[in-house]
Design a protein. Structure first.
Length: 152
């Protein structure tokens, strides 16, 4: 039964990745509210040994200037073991690292978890040949993290 649940959760996440919010950004629907999704994301990232550098609440920032914004939070996280080999190929990757994940609630009330596709970043910085294995590992880690976050 656990195998079936795990497989079903994986397939739901995998199929959800088809929805892309923007060029190079992968996004998956979350069954949780925005705050719960972000809390789960932060916890999962830490459990997997990654460093959380910042959690930025864009809606709180909007409130500071008297504007409303639906829930929108950014988590900046990473690990030198993943990022350093990419930057060794091309230092301009430093503009896109550490990794970032965005949790937001759309106009219909659906919560999303999105992040930059590592393959897109490799192509953007022209390091696809140099960093192929690293990109694949980071992609696998991000799918695993997002799967864990949105799993029921």
């Amino acid at each position: 039964m656990t195998i079936i649940r795990t497989f079903t959760a994986f397939m739901l996440v995998f199929l959800s990745f088809i929805c892309q919010a923007a060029d190079g950004m992968l996004s998956v629907q979350s069954p949780w509210g925005a705050e719960e999704t972000m809390d789960r994301l932060e916890s999962t990232v830490k459990e997997r040994g990654l460093t959380v550098f910042a959690r930025i609440d864009h809606a709180a920032g909007a409130a500071q200037i008297g504007t409303t914004l639906r829930p929108t939070e950014l988590l900046i996280f990473g690990n030198p073991q993943g990022g350093t080999p990419l930057m060794a190929c091309e230092q301009s990757l430093g503009i896109d690292l550490p990794l970032k994940a965005l949790v937001w609630e759309d106009a219909a009330g659906q919560v999303w978890l999105g992040y930059n596709d590592p393959a897109y970043l490799a192509k953007r910085h022209d390091v696809t040949e140099c960093a192929g294995a690293v990109v694949a590992n980071i992609s696998k880690a991000l799918v695993g993290i997002s799967t864990a976050v949105v799993a029921p």
